[in-house]
Write a protein that binds this ligand. Structure first.
Ligand code: GTP
Ligand code: MG
Length: 477
C-alpha cells in the first residue's frame, strides 16, 4: 500500500484532501495574500464612513476588543496592522475623517470629490496548524479605494452606444418626477435640428442646463439616483473639460447615416470619448482585479423619499450591478477580468432604526437588489445581505405608551443638533403599497455622529461591522 493510501485510511479522505489543498496553496502562494475590496454604493450611501470605521477598527484590532465576530481579532491572532498609505499617490484621508468624528462636536466626513486609496498590511497568526508549520505569521495586504458615488453611474455606459443611451434616457425622462422637472430642458432640446451643423455655443448652453437639471434631480428633495453622466455633477479634475459638455438627445432623428459635422455627430463623438478616456480608464485602473465587493445601500433614504426615489434607486443599482456582470462572458470580465468571489450587500445606517428592525432592513434590502442578486448568485458567487452601521450614532431606549413598552432610539438630530428620543417606525419587509407610500409613514431621521474615540474602540461603536469583515475576509485568516 502506498503512503497516500495509508494516510487516507488513517485520517479519512476528506481531511487528506483538505490538507493537500492547504499545502498546495501554501506551496504556490506562500502565506501572504493580497485582497482588493471594491466598496460600491450610490452617492451618500456611506462608503467613506464605512472605510474610515473599518480601517480605524482594524488598526486597533491587536489591542481593542471591538470586533467580537471577526474571528482573527477575537482569537487575538492579529499581531499588528500597518497603514501603508505613505506609499500611495492618493492616500485616503483617514486621519482627517477620524479627527472630524473624534472632535467636539463630532461631524461626518465630507462628501468625496476624488479618488483615494487605503492600503493595510495585517500581520497575523494563521488559524491552521498546518500553515503555522510553514510559518508562524502571515500578512494580508488589504486594498480599498474610495471615490464619489456619482462616478459609479458611469459604469453602465460602457456597454451602451450613444444611440442606446439616448433611448434609455428617453424612457427615463417619461417617468415622474423627472418628466416634470425636466420640462423646460426637454422643450429646449426639441427645438434643435440634430442634423444641422454642430453649433458649439448651443451645445455648451444645453449641456450647462442639463448639468443644472441633474443637480436638481439629485438634490435632497427629489433624491433621484439615476444621474448620468456622473462626472457632469462631480467632475473632479475634469471641471470645465469639453468632454463633459454632453447630454442625451431625447428625440433622436431617425438616421440611416449620421451627417458629417452635425450636432448629433459631435455629441456622439463626445460620448464615445467620455466612455473611452474617462469611464473605461477609471474602471481599468481601479476596478480590475478586485476580489470581493461590498455594495452599500441606503434603504432608509429610499423609504423616506417615496416610490419614485425607491424605483430610481432600484433601477440605478440593478444597472450598475448588472454592468459588473460577474459571469465569464460578462462584458466587464472581458474588459478587465476581475476575479470576484463574494459580494456583501449591506444596508448602511442601521443605527437609524431600532435593533428589532434590523432583520426587516435585511429583507427590504433584498427587495431593492433582488434582480441583481439573482444574476450574481446564478454565476456561483457567494452573496449575503446584512444591515450594518459603520458608526453607531444612537442608543437604544425604551418608552411606555398606553401601558405598552416600545423600543426607541436616542441620538442627536443631524439637522437641528438637538438630543432626542424617538420611535423611528417599522421597516416594511414587502414592497409598500401605494397607500403606504402616500401616507408619509416612513420618516427615518438622520443622526449626527456620536464622538468616536481615537483608541479604546468598543463593539458598541458599530453595528455588525465585525460580521461584515468576517464575511469578506474571514476565510483568509
Ligand atoms: N448614523 C449613521 N449615519 C451614517 C453612517 N454612515 C454614513 N452615514 C450618513 O451618511 C452620510 C454619507 O456618508 P458617506 O460615507 O460620506 O457616504 P459616501 O457614500 O462616501 O458618499 P459620497 O462620497 O458622496 O459618494 C454621512 O454624512 C452620514 O450622515 C452610519 O454608520 N451611521
Ligand atoms: Mg464618500
Amino acid at each position: 500500500m502506498g503512503l497516500g493510501s495509508k494516510l487516507k485510511n488513517l485520517i479519512g479522505e476528506e481531511l487528506l484532501d483538505d490538507i493537500q489543498h492547504q499545502l498546495k496553496e501554501v506551496a504556490t502562494q506562500g502565506l501572504d495574500r493580497h485582497l482588493k475590496i471594491a466598496v460600491t454604493g450610490l452617492s451618500r450611501s456611506g462608503k467613506t464612513v464605512f472605510i474610515t470605521s473599518l480601517v480605524h477598527h482594524l488598526l486597533e484590532a491587536n489591542q481593542s476588543r471591538s470586533l467580537p465576530f471577526f474571528e482573527v481579532a477575537s482569537d487575538q491572532r492579529i499581531i499588528s496592522v500597518k497603514n501603508l498609505n505613505s506609499s500611495s499617490d492618493a492616500p485616503f484621508p483617514l486621519q482627517q475623517s477620524i479627527q472630524s468624528l473624534g472632535q467636539e462636536p463630532p461631524s461626518w466626513p465630507e462628501s468625496t470629490t476624488g479618488l483615494s486609496e487605503v492600503k493595510l498590511a495585517i500581520k497575523y497568526k494563521p488559524a491552521s496548524r498546518l500553515k503555522r508549520l510553514v510559518n508562524d505569521t502571515a500578512t494580508l495586504y488589504l486594498d480599498i479605494i474610495d471615490y464619489p458615488g456619482e462616478w459609479l453611474l458611469d459604469l453602465p455606459l460602457l456597454h451602451l452606444n450613444f444611440e442606446q443611451w439616448c433611448n434609455k434616457q428617453q424612457q427615463l425622462f417619461t417617468l415622474e418626477p423627472r418628466a416634470t422637472l425636466a420640462k423646460n430642458w426637454i422643450a429646449a432640446q426639441n427645438t434643435v435640428d440634430w442634423c444641422s451643423p454642430a453649433d458649439e455655443q448651443l451645445l455648451s448652453v444645453l449641456s450647462e442646463e442639463y448639468t443644472k437639471l441633474l443637480h436638481l434631480l439629485r438634490n435632497d428633495e427629489n433624491a433621484l439616483s439615476m444621474i448620468q453622466p456622473g462626472r457632469c455633477v462631480l467632475p473632479g479634475e475634469l471641471a470645465s473639460s469639453p468632454l463633459l459638455q454632453l447630454f442625451p438627445i431625447l428625440q433622436p432623428p431617425s438616421l440611416s447615416s449620421i451627417p458629417e459635422g452635425s450636432m448629433y455627430q459631435l455629441l456622439q463623438q463626445r460620448y464615445d470619448a467620455y466612455r473611452e478616456k474617462i469611464v473605461k480608464r477609471f474602471y481599468r485602473e481601479h476596478f480590475s482585479r478586485f476580489d470581493r465587493q461590498v455594495v452599500l445601500v441606503d434603504c432608509l433614504k429610499a423609504l423616506n423619499h417615496g416610490k419614485p426615489c425607491f424605483d430610481d434607486m432600484k433601477l440605478a443599482l440593478t444597472d450598475i450591478l448588472q454592468s459588473f456582470n460577474y459571469g465569464p462572458s460578462g462584458f466587464l470580465r472581458r474588459l478587465f477580468s476581475p476575479r470576484i468571489d463574494k459580494v456583501l450587500f449591506a444596508s448602511s445606517k442601521a443605527d437609524h432604526v431600532t435593533a428589532n428592525q434590523h432583520h426587516n432592513l435585511d429583507k427590504f434590502l433584498e427587495l431593492i437588489i433582488q434582480d441583481a442578486q439573482r444574476d450574481i448568485r446564478f454565476e456561483g458567487i457567494d452573496t449575503r445581505c446584512m444591515a450594518l452601521a459603520s458608526i453607531r450614532s444612537t442608543e437604544s431606549a425604551e418608552a411606555v405608551l398606553d401601558g405598552q413598552t416600545i423600543s426607541c432610539l436616542k441620538g442627536i438630530n443631524k439637522t437641528t443638533n438637538e438630543t432626542m428620543a424617538l420611535f423611528p417606525g417599522e421597516v416594511p419587509t414587502e414592497l409598500p403599497t401605494e397607500q403606504d407610500w402616500n401616507s408619509s409613514r416612513f420618516r427615518f431621521l438622520d443622526f449626527a455622529p456620536k464622538k468616536l474615540p481615537q483608541t479604546d474602540l468598543k463593539p458598541a461603536h458599530h453595528i455588525r461591522l465585525d460580521q461584515a469583515l468576517e464575511y469578506l475576509t474571514g476565510d483568509i485568516f
